[in-house]
Design a protein around this ligand. Sequence first.
Ligand SMILES: Cc1cc2nc3c(=O)[nH]c(=O)nc-3n(C[C@H](O)[C@H](O)[C@H](O)COP(=O)(O)O)c2cc1C
Length: 353
Amino acid sequence: MDALFKLGKPLLHKLDPEDAHTLTIKGLKPNLLPACRNVKSPRLEQTVCGLAFKNPVGLAAGFDKNAEVISPILGFGFGFTEVGTVTPKPQEGNPRPRVFRDPSHEAVINRMGFPNGGLDIFKKNVENFRAKYPGTSGILGLNIGMNKDQEKPEEDYKLLVRELADLADYLTVNISSPNTPGLRNLQSKENLVPLLKEILEERSKASKQPPLFVKLAPDLEDPQIAEISQSVLEAGIDGLILTNTTLDRHDFLPENFRSEMGGLSGKPLTQKSTEIIGKFYKQTEGKLPIIGVGGVSSAQDAYDKIKAGASLTQLYSALIYQGPGLVNHINDGLLDLLDKDGYNHISEAIGNA
Ligand SMILES: Cc1cc2nc3c(=O)[nH]c(=O)nc-3n(C[C@H](O)[C@H](O)[C@H](O)COP(=O)(O)O)c2cc1C
């Protein structure tokens, strides 16, 4: 797999980032790639929210927006994949170009604005996956969001919970993308508590009640972190995904890149998202499982997030620069890091910074 990526990368990186992505999805969709080695170790296996994860490395939301390549992604060795963000109605997102690379810092800026084919297509794709691969050992998260023109966000989230709960191993409520106007305001206490109550009530009516995660932004001050922690614990949310992209712009980034609007991801986000994980872990006293995401591009990055309090990790941007071989590389590296610290099992490292 590594060899194939090395061969294709110069071509893919000559293309507009979104065209390269579309081509990648097209290439993966027939699921014809040869099976590759997957790292398997009981030391990396964990049950989180009642779900059996075979390793702690997952694909973050946004890569497989329409749930088209679930099986090939799991085939790369990911323990789980999160598809979406899906919105009830199809929508085009912001005008292109809307994704930008900075290879010198392995960074990405995107202002996509949830382009996706809408619930009907998404649901059909997930149903097809469930029918075709009933015994799959990978975990599938479904990430839900609201349409840009929706004035009552709770209506979209409730509809998506109603329609998708049966198909999901877990659901993620995305209220942290910076590219949908007003979305991040849902993180404020006045909005968050009633929204989560309504969503959880909707889930209680479903025939299957998958764990519900809330995905948050990294651009939060300490008082907001304290407030949100209290709100999610009170509401009875099952876990947090930390973090989405940042609005920060570091001085060291090239001017033509950093001046693009949107959310920044990849290496420049690593440290900030790890700090946010640590803060939430402390505020919630380790009571809520955390999926740590943001600039994971090595085993050490993933391990740092776990030591800060994450039970599991995800990545997206690093895949663009390092290819799918990174997944096994991280899992192998995690085993080495456990040895180095004298831990038998990955769960022993959680929150032990
Ligand atoms: C092109 C692109 C599209 C994304 N789309 C979504 C999305 O639809 N929903 C979501 O929750 N996060 C989305 N994200 C954010 C990622 O899931 C992740 O939280 C963020 O990029 C940080 O991880 P990374 O540094 O490993 O990329 C997107 C990220 C990128 C780069």
